[in-house]
Write a protein that binds this ligand. Structure first.
Ligand code: SF4
Ligand code: SF4
Length: 368
């Protein structure tokens, strides 16, 4: 395991995320399969991982209790615990903090985070008094380092990051969002303020664990011995501000693959980076429909749908993955909407890119 210096301690470059632990699928509520999950924690500890991330809300509230139970058999100084105040779950930050200490069987949290900053909740977090309270807990030694995790816009991130000298921040960074999302701009905000970075979703919720066939071929040709997720981990560990890369590991196979990726300093060299960017382009092309907005399909559409506008939002949705993006279709100034599509197929006959518009309209109809 490689380690990064953070203040006066050493953090394992790979951190264990506890939001995708194995569960008992045949039991109501899908509780954590504690025996299986304990094996992952044990092997993670023996593999040198010393950063364990959880949150009040993970696994419907069970994650913290499991982590507390599983890890408290080890000496307290051999691991660092990270958990979060989730205002969207409960506004009582004092009560939640005490509960978390009990759940985790500890009297201090190493890394405490304001959870999931967004453009919608930023003012709530700033105005409710929680930050001042947590700073006081830090002075009392009940929190070692105070930070936040963000899914907010670059502007809100910048505003929040300027609130005071945060010890660290957690961002969603991966090679796809670096190119097509805001990861790079967010990273640069923290870099400018010299705030160390913890990375979440390096494999984009698993979406970068397997790519399209031709994108995977490019990567496999360059490094036959690297798994596809290993490329994602090597990308983020190459970034100098990154101290820990979190992976929500669900089984021992993932853990072992990750331990091998983090067994040496090697990230990606310039040639690897070029290869990854080529694969990224190919993957995106496969992900999105190649609409050129020529509008040949529009005139004959009996439902008067602004097809290229709809397809543009659809492509954003494919890249982003959130249904909220797809709902932007409801705001388009299109006379007809995907729900009005009568499946006549006239559009496809006109489309020089041969896009199967009818099927896409049906897919959208079902999702919004
Ligand atoms: S299939 Fe749907 S989108 Fe295409 S022309 Fe017919 S109504 Fe319009
Ligand atoms: S004809 Fe095809 S490429 Fe042109 S706007 Fe319609 S969907 Fe897009």
């Amino acid at each position: 395991m490689i380690y990064n210096s953070f203040k006066d301690i050493k953090l394992s470059a790979l951190g264990m995320g506890n939001m995708r632990l194995p569960v008992k699928k045949d039991v109501d509520g899908n509780p954590i399969d504690r025996a299986e999950a304990q094996k992952i924690i044990d092997d993670a500890m023996s593999g040198g991982i010393n950063y364990y991330d959880t949150a009040y809300v993970y696994h419907s509230g069970e994650s913290e209790d499991f982590v507390g139970e599983a890890i408290s058999k080890y000496p307290r100084e051999s691991y660092h615990l990270a958990t979060k105040f989730s205002i969207f779950a409960k506004e009582d930050y004092k009560g939640m903090f005490e509960e978390q200490l009990r759940n985790l069987r500890t009297d201090y949290i190493d890394f405490y985070l304001i959870h999931c900053l967004t453009d919608e909740n930023i003012d709530k977090y700033l105005d409710c008094g929680c930050i001042e309270y947590f700073l006081e807990q830090k002075r009392l030694g009940r929190i070692k380092y105070l930070g936040f995790s963000s899914h907010a816009s670059v502007e809100s991130l910048e505003r929040f990051a300027s609130h005071h000298d945060w010890d660290f921040a957690q961002l969603q960074i991966n090679w796809f969002d670096w190119n097509y999302g805001t990861s790079k701009a967010e990273y640069e905000v923290l870099e400018k303020k010299n705030i160390p970075v913890i990375v979440m979703e390096p494999v984009r919720g698993g979406k970068l664990a397997s790519l399209s066939e031709d994108a995977e071929k490019i990567l496999k040709t360059a490094h036959p011995d690297w798994s596809i997720p290993a490329w994602a981990f090597r990308f983020v560990k190459s970034l100098p501000m990154v101290k820990v890369v979190l992976s929500g590991m669900s089984n021992l196979e993932q853990l072992n693959d990750n331990l091998s990726t983090f067994s040496d300093e090697n990230g990606l060299n310039d040639k690897d980076m070029q290869t990854l960017m080529t694969a990224c382009e190919v993957f995106k092309k496969n992900l999105c429909v190649p609409c050129t907005a020529c509008r040949y399909c529009c005139d004959d559409c009996p439902a008067q749908i602004d097809i290229p506008a709809v397809l543009s939002v659809y492509n954003d949705y494919k890249v982003d993955g959130g249904r909220g993006v797809l709902r932007r279709i409801n705001d388009l100034e299109s006379t007809g909407k995907p729900a009005d599509c009568v499946e006549c197929g006239l559009c496809k006959n006109h489309c020089p890119q041969n896009i199967d518009i009818t099927t896409i309209m049906q897919e959208i109809k079902e999702k919004i």
